[in-house]
Ligand binder design. Structure first.
Ligand code: SAM
Length: 239
């Protein structure tokens, strides 16, 4: 996968891309990432990228010219049909399904806003997606784009050591993940459930499924709203 990020603060990405799983994934060639400071595409003397809003009002807005030119530059000769993603609190609320969809793409371009955000013509004529990471407002799109990038990159083939773990994570099968334990089996009197020590894989699977369902009902009942429950699952939820 190829990822381009258009940002006024490229340095912010260092901490995320140069450590741990993402670094390893980049080193192994699972993705390449180029961060472009779109200020360099501003065609005015002082390299301004923002200006006052027509009609008045507080704050500055990102102008279309540097962003259109930067996108044209990073897509030139790539031969890809990228998803051009605007980070905005007004966008579609991001979730695991969205991450899975983006992980199938060859090329993603993230547009990170600042100040009051983007001139409307960028939204209308350039972007393919508008993504919000939640109902709150950040100062800029960098952190939001890193959240999306991280969640997509970990789904790329070969990135997680054990690919099964991505499939059992919360949301992948529409449920929250079941409780998990590691050593010791007894910590200050708090014991690991017997079934997990039993070695009986069928029983362990059943317990996990049941706990996953119960936990989802307790914490995120909205996730169950459109789910067709099996008879067994209905029985578990009655217990
Ligand atoms: N005036 C804009 C509005 O009310 O929709 C908010 C602009 S915000 C201060 C500056 C930038 O931060 C946005 O252009 C966007 O790129 C990013 N941003 C802020 N909150 C975000 C969120 N919840 N999800 C994604 N991006 C966000």
């Amino acid at each position: 996968m190829r990822i381009d990020v258009l940002s006024l603060f490229p340095e912010m990405y260092k901490g995320v891309l140069e450590h741990s799983i993402l670094k390893k994934a980049a080193d192994n060639g699972a993705f390449t990432c180029r961060i472009t400071d779109f200020r360099q595409y501003a065609d005015n003397k002082h390299q301004r990228v923002d200006d006052y809003t027509y009609g008045g009002g507080a704050g500055m807005l990102l102008m279309p010219q540097p962003i259109f030119d930067a996108v044209e530059a990073v897509t030139k000769d790539t031969g890809t049909k990228p998803r051009i993603i605007m980070m905005t609190p007004q966008g579609t609320r991001y979730n695991q399904r969205y991450a899975e969809e983006l992980a199938k793409e060859d090329h993603l371009i993230f547009l990170c806003g600042h100040y009051e955000g983007f001139d409307e013509r960028i939204r209308q004529s350039l972007v393919t997606d508008e993504i919000s990471i939640g109902d709150y407002v950040l100062t800029g799109g960098e952190l939001a784009s890193m959240v999306v990038m991280d969640s997509v990159i970990r789904l790329l083939p070969g990135v997680l050591g054990n690919e099964v773990s991505a499939h059992t994570d919360s949301f992948s099968n529409g449920l929250l993940e079941h409780p998990q334990y590691t050593r010791p089996a007894d910590f200050r009197g708090m014991k690991v459930p017997d079934v997990l020590l039993s070695g009986n894989h069928k029983l362990i699977e059943e317990w996990r499924h049941k706990e996953s369902l119960r936990r989802t009902l307790m914490r995120r009942p909205d996730l169950l709203e459109n789910r067709i429950l099996t008879d067994k699952e209905k029985e578990w939820l009655q217990e």
